[in-house]
Write a protein that binds this ligand. Sequence first.
Ligand SMILES: [Zn+2]
Length: 398
Amino acid sequence: MSFSSVIAQNRVKTVLSRAFKEQAIAHAYCFYGQEGIGKDALALGFAKLLNCSNPQQSTSDIIDACNECKNCKDASRLEHPNIMFITALPSGKANAKHDDSPLLQLSDDILAIYTAEMRSKSDDPYHVIQLPNAQTIRLASIKEIKKHVRMSAMQEGRRVFIISQAEKMNMESANAFLKTLEEPHDNITFILTTSKKDALPQTVISRCQQVYCDIIPTQDLIHALQTRHHMDLSEAQLIEAFAQGSYGRALSYLNEDMQSMRSDIVDLLRSALKRKQYRLDFLKQLDVITSDKDRTMLEMLLRMLALWIRDCHYAVQVPNDLSGIINKDQLESIQKFAQGFPSADYHAILHMIEQSIEHIRRNVNPTLVMLTTMLACREGFLLNTSEYLDHAPKDHVI
Ligand SMILES: [Zn+2]
């Protein structure tokens, strides 16, 4: 989890390297930006650099930890005494002592999950720690920080406290943390990471140096998926198109069979566009597709549909240059499809799908949303064709 294993983020790495070189390290940082872009990874990489015995010039602008010294090895295992990684935890067991450390307060089962999750985090800093009922960064965790801060004067090196998903501090925790933040400390750095900076109290934010972290550029994300997950180019491109610059989001798609989901939704579209007697097949398919999907999956399906249709539009507009097509493995099929609907109103269709995604997010009945979307596609694709005018469903009731 040194800087070299953080995907992209060169601007942030450069800023932090410069601070390191000039020994102008801030007392507190807030790394903010979208989910899954590597904020924790940057924080862990920086913490490692700050404790490394033999930092290396990685590029002309970036200094990185050596990954060889004992400090680096301990940091890699998240076992360095100077580096504390704080995350949301569930409430302690009923007989927990109030003054116990937050981990001692956990039941044995939860502690075992916590240990396994921290191991996953040390293996891959992009791993999102998930513990049952862990909604809050607990006051006990902040008290633990204070305890370590008091002891830090006796220790060598720079102590780094990383508070991951810092917006999960409740008011009590945030107030207690603010007091620590207000006190001057030598050789201590706090790093808050958050994708919801606005949810943090302004009093906390204003005491941190704020570091915006960018989304991951397309090529970097595709490259990471290919090298870290041995994907072929077309699969990596498809996942990247949905991940929108977030490696974390891309990881959540790895277990989904993207290609079969795409063929399901495109088949549904084809059924909806049948010239005659489309209703029966269409309704059956619609039922199958929506029955076992939660809202996240349905949103993904709609995004796949929008990308497919966007590609058709692209194929119509720029028939001689198909480099901008995202579903590259489907070029021929996309071209054929697009040729079949020369007068389609692509803007109206894509706009409608965006609205449908909003409706899915707002808990509108999923079957209704999918049905309306497909009927709008039918209208948009078959518009101005005699088939549509002859067989147009009256007021969209089928
Ligand atoms: Zn080192």
